[in-house]
Each structure stands twice: as C-alpha cells, then as structure tokens.
Design a binder for this molecule. Sequence first.
Ligand code: M6R
Length: 369
Amino acid sequence: EKGGYPWFMLKEIEEQPQAVADTLRGRLGDQGEILLDEVRLTDQDLRDVDKIFIVACGTAYHAGLVAKYAIEHWTRIPCEVELASEFRYRDPVLDRSTLVVAISQSGETMDTLMALRHAKDQKARVLAICNTNGSTIPRESDAVLYTHGGPEIAVASTKAFLTQVAACFLVGLHLAQVRGVKFADEVGAIVDQLQAMPGLIKRVLSTMDGVRELGRSLASQSTFIFLGRHVGYPIALEGALKLKELAYVHAEGFAAGELKHGPIALISEGTPVVAVVPSPAGRGFLHDKVVSNIQEVRARGAMTIVIAEEGDEAVVPYADHLIRVPRTPTLLAPLVTTVPLQVLAASIADARGHDVDQPRNLAKSVTVE
Ligand code: M6R
C-alpha cells in the first residue's frame, strides 16, 4: 500500500504534483476563467462579500495564512486568518456579508467545526475547503470546494497542505473575476502559471537527495529556527511545525523582520537557521531584506540553510547549505518552497529513529476541542 516507500508520508510527498493537478483539474477554463460552479454560492453572494475570515488549525491554518496574501492582493477584500480554536471565543464581528472559509483536510476537526457553527449562528456564509468527501465540515457549510488530494494517511499533513493552498488560489481568483476587480485582466496569466505548478513541484522532488542527506547530517541538532517574509513566513511556520511533530525537535518559525525584535538572541554558534528566500524578480525588495536577515544571523554564528530560486546568486555567499527551487511568481512560491521542508523534517525524524507516519501524542483528526 505504501507503493514501495518506507512511510506513507514519503509516498504522499511524492504524490503532490498529481494532487495539485487534481485540485486544479476542470476548474481552469481556456479563456483564463475560474470555473467553480460546484461551489453553491451565487455570484451575487460573492459580490456582496465585504470581509473574509479564514479559520483552520495546524497546517491548514498555515495554508490560510498563505491564502491571505493572495486573496487580499487579488480581490482587495480584507481577509483575516484565525486559529479556529481562538475564533469563536473572542466574539468576532460577523454578518451576512462576511465570508468565512473553513479549511480542513479531514473535515472532522472539532475546533474548526465549532468555529464554523459560530459563524453560521452569526449569519455569515461559510465555504469549506476540504479533502474528505461528505465529512461534517462540508456538510454543515453553505458551500464546499473539495481539494481532491486523495487519502492522506500520515499524521503529518503534506499533500493536503499544497492542495489547500491551490484551492485557496482558485477561490481568490474566482472572487476577483466575479467581482470584476481591475486586476481580473491578469488572471489569465496567473492561470497559466498555476497550470505549470504541478510540473515545477515534480522538478523539486527530483532534486531532493541533497536535502535527505542534509537531514541526516542535522539529526542530532536540538533546535532549529525558520525564517520567512510575506508568503515565506507561513512556510517558515509550516517547516517548523513539521519538524516539531515528526522529529520532536524544538523548532520555531519567525517572520524574518521580527528577528531584531527579540528572537535573534536565540542564535549562537552553529544554530541551524532555515531561510525561505523570495524571488529576486517581481518584489525584489522582499528578496533583499531576507538576504540581509540571513547575513545578520550568519554574523552571529548561525549555520544557514537557504531555500532560494534557481539563478539567485546573491544568496550564495551567505548559505552554508543551499537548496534550489524553480522560479515562480512570488505568490505561488509556497507550492514549491514547502517541499524541501517536508523532506528535511521527514529525513531528520527517520534518522532519529521515529515513526514518521504516527508521531507520538498525535492523531490524524482531532475530534475534541
Ligand atoms: O484535518 P484538518 O486539516 O482540519 O487538521 C488540522 C490539523 O490538525 C492538522 O493540519 C495538523 O496540524 C497536522 N498534523 C499537521 O501536519
């Protein structure tokens, strides 16, 4: 059943190009239109939306954080992302024109379910992004967009994450089109770029031997720091979560700009710091800021593990270990930059002798609050 892989997680990591292609399949039209007819919200409902809340837990929450950057940029609708377990306890301001997007692989996560019930009580409209057909969260939502990622067995979420991110991109682009946002002219180009992502994910997967080896060499480290900016920030959080849950190693993800506000004090000689570097093309200022953050930690003794685009030479002098990913538009980069972090965490966990599919203390779906 594991298809020759020692762990389901490794099989699921390898399935990601197909899983993302399956999320996109049938939803991208020839003219660059986003076809989400299965989402039972009318165009008028979507035009009435004046605020979006994304609620989710764990890895699905990180997918929501990525989505916020894309959705706000494309639709100009304010979008907040909140941990489902916090959402309803702080009395959020919701009404008929609020769209609440609940992201869940299993569709059974109690915290997310309670958040969506609270949203419905307040008359907000709820759209579920879910992988499991007929599960409770989509059944209780006004509308659902299934990710079609196929079953995910490993407790650590991998392909579910990439498919959630891809599904959120579809929602953002669809909203922009329906609402006639000026940017909608550019949707065609983004659709082409999205279509290319499964191929790029596959390319990343074909270059992971060095990352596996790096993982083995780092197996005895006791703490890791992950840095990112913009969409790279949620990817830093996701990389740290994977490492915590699989390898039982202390890991923290930070927004790179926050370093100087405290966390940089954690750096000592040899501390591994994983940095997700934005594309130098497009938003070049973001790239330069992250490169200077890498210089700052390295000057304080950090061992830097840098994830950067092919052709980005500026990072070379500051990278003790360099992991290359293909060039992508900035907003779509999480679909490639996440992959080496998954592989790194799995190989560190494996080298430490842990059960990669069934980490201690964790369950695949958390059905208690
Ligand atoms: O089934 P869900 O997507 O609602 O699950 C949410 C989290 O429990 C889940 O993503 C968890 O964080 C994973 N173990 C992370 O790998």
